[in-house]
Design a protein around this ligand. Structure first.
Ligand code: ATP
Length: 187
């Protein structure tokens, strides 16, 4: 099992966002989390990542988890490939940077400093960081925000490749992202 929530409750700012939530994402599977603004999608992703504790219940996750959310956490001063390489080296996967840049169609931007990237390019760079990490579980919070149609399609392809290799994915999204056979939770 890649990720499992057992009777999980989430309370933020004294308000219960959800309670008694149970689901599992086996290897190779995807789960889409949908719902209106402020309902708790990002909070669910943060719980899944272990960044905030559940107010009740238990969460199982694999050792290697990759999180993509609003912040990008790439060094703005470094060329893109180097900024990605910093994190990939920590993950012991420095050899994956080139392929990850190719998967998000950014190979030609490898030498461009991160601070010059456009909004959509920054999202794609964040996805490249996830791809390079070679983590069993991807947690993607609004990964399609700011992406053009072609980039959304490549996001869908990257997810499909990850799943075909036995990876699991949780996607919180407003935008339709191609997730064939994905289960869905509506908060
Ligand atoms: N650290 C916090 N302290 C208090 N309240 C919080 C905290 N973090 C989130 N909240 C509240 O919890 C609720 C859910 O927030 P969350 O970001 O999980 O929603 P969301 O479904 O991802 O929304 P959106 O679609 O707008 O991204 C919101 O009302 C938010 O104000």
């Amino acid at each position: 099992m890649s990720l499992a929530f057992h009777d999980v409750s989430c309370t933020r700012g004294g308000r219960v966002l959800f309670a008694g939530l149970s689901f599992a994402i086996p290897p190779g599977e995807a789960l889409a989390v949908r719902g209106p603004n402020g309902v708790g999608k990002s909070s669910l992703v943060r719980l899944a990542a272990g960044l905030v504790p559940p107010s009740a219940g238990r969460i199982e996750r694999p050792e290697r988890v990759a999180l993509m959310h609003e912040g990008m956490a790439l060094d703005h001063e470094l060329p893109l490939a180097e900024a990605l390489g910093f994190w990939a080296a920590i993950d012991g996967r420095a050899d994956r940077v080139e392929a990850a840049l190719g998967a998000v169609a950014m190979a030609e931007l490898a030498e461009v400093p991160v601070r010059f990237l456009s909004t959509g390019q920054r999202r794609r760079a964040a996805l490249a960081r996830v791809i390079a990490s070679d983590s069993a579980l991807w947690l993607l919070d609004e990964p399609a925000n700011g992406l053009d149609v072609a980039a959304v399609a490549r996001l869908g392809e990257a997810i499909a490749v990850h799943r075909a290799g036995g990876g699991a994915v949780l996607v919180a999204t407003h935008v339709p992202v191609a997730l064939p056979d994905a289960r869905e939770i509506v908060l």
